[in-house]
Write a new protein. Structure first.
Length: 347
């Protein structure tokens, strides 16, 4: 009896799974014909029943605003359901959606999964985070390796960001990053996501879309930004070849500059001491063939003569250094005790 009950239960599970797969395929067929509302209706039934392809496709519809209004939180929710079932494209897009929503710590594990499969958008985002230390410890070698892989995959933002990194990363770390990129290349190839939605006729259950966002199919046409609406009176434009991602991380930031040494401290100069007016006596500290030597001497001994001023007198080829004024010969002679040689000079 127990065996019969078990067999019956398995039969019911198998039969219950068939409509979900059929709904998914019917939705893909409708989508390919441009009947997005029917596609969404078919996928919703299968997604609620737990079909990962249908959940991923429904997320796509909410992301692109086809058959339903654009609803990024709803798209993220359906990506998550499919990602938790191991759907590769849902994992990729869920990680990118979390990053775009500012949930850096939650995004990292999913971005790591995508990077391990060689997903160029995830390489761009995680590599930039590693360079900036944005939500993860800074690692310039791995950052450079991931941006190398993203650039080699043909992602324009990957090449642009790599060029920015070249301005800051030292050559030894850059070479280590290139070597690490070669290791990554040997471990994982670029994902092959040939179709827009998963689960169509003749398509294995899991291959999906190569990107979330796509450019217009004709010059001058526009496509609504995430969260926006199509231009009034115009339907969403047709899909074309996979474009670059719109999950653009924050710009590369220049690394912090090394601390600059503090400027040397300059000793405070004593305040000038008022001197008596009158007199006009001076003292001579020397005569120099090079005027700069006269100024140099004053810079060395000027502190010994508070309140006095240097006077540079040209005498033929020589420059005399005089200091004053002093009220009398006696005062000038007394000042000469501060430095030798020194002679009083009459007014």
């Amino acid at each position: 009896m127990r065996t019969l009950i078990g067999a019956a239960a398995l039969s019911l599970i198998f039969i219950a799974g068939v409509p979900a797969l059929a709904d998914t395929k019917a939705g893909v067929d409708a989508w390919n014909k441009g009947d997005y509302a029917t596609a969404v209706a078919e996928w919703r039934k299968a997604a609620i029943a737990g079909d990962a392809d249908a959940q991923f496709n429904l997320a796509q519809a909410y992301k692109l605003g086809r058959g339903v209004p654009v609803d990024l939180p709803m798209a993220e929710s359906w990506y998550r359901k499919a990602a938790l079932q191991g759907h590769p494209q849902a994992e990729d897009n869920y990680g990118l959606a979390l990053f775009q929503d500012g949930k850096r710590d939650l995004a990292v594990p999913w971005l790591e999964k995508a990077v391990a499969r060689g997903e160029p958008r995830a390489q761009l985002v995680l590599g930039t985070m590693l360079f900036n230390g944005d939500g993860v410890p800074r690692d310039w070698v791995r950052a450079y390796a991931l941006l190398q892989r993203s650039s080699q995959a043909g992602l324009p933002q990957g090449s642009q960001t790599l060029a920015e990194m070249d301005k800051y990363i030292p050559d030894n770390q850059r070479q280590a990053g290139i070597a690490l990129a070669r290791q990554y290349e040997a471990q994982a190839g670029r994902p092959n996501y040939p179709t827009e939605v998963a689960g169509g006729s003749g398509v294995p259950p899991r291959p999906g879309i190569a990107t979330i966002d796509v450019p217009p199919s004709s010059p001058g046409a526009t496509y609504p930004a995430p969260g926006g609406k199509p231009p009034k009176g115009k339907p969403p434009v047709a899909m074309v070849a996979p474009p670059p991602t719109r999950y653009v991380p924050r710009p590369i930031a220049a690394p912090p500059s090394p601390p600059q040494p503090a400027p040397p401290r300059v000793a405070a100069q004593p305040k000038p001491v008022p001197v008596a007016t009158g007199g006009g006596w001076r003292i001579q500290l020397g005569a120099f063939g090079d005027p700069n030597n006269a100024r140099k001497l004053w810079s060395q001994v000027g502190g010994r003569f508070p309140g006095r001023q240097p006077i540079y007198v040209k005498a033929g080829a020589l420059t005399r250094l005089l200091v004053g004024p002093y009220a009398s010969k006696g005062e000038a002679a007394g000042a000469c005790g501060a430095v030798k040689p020194c002679v009083p000079v009459a007014p």
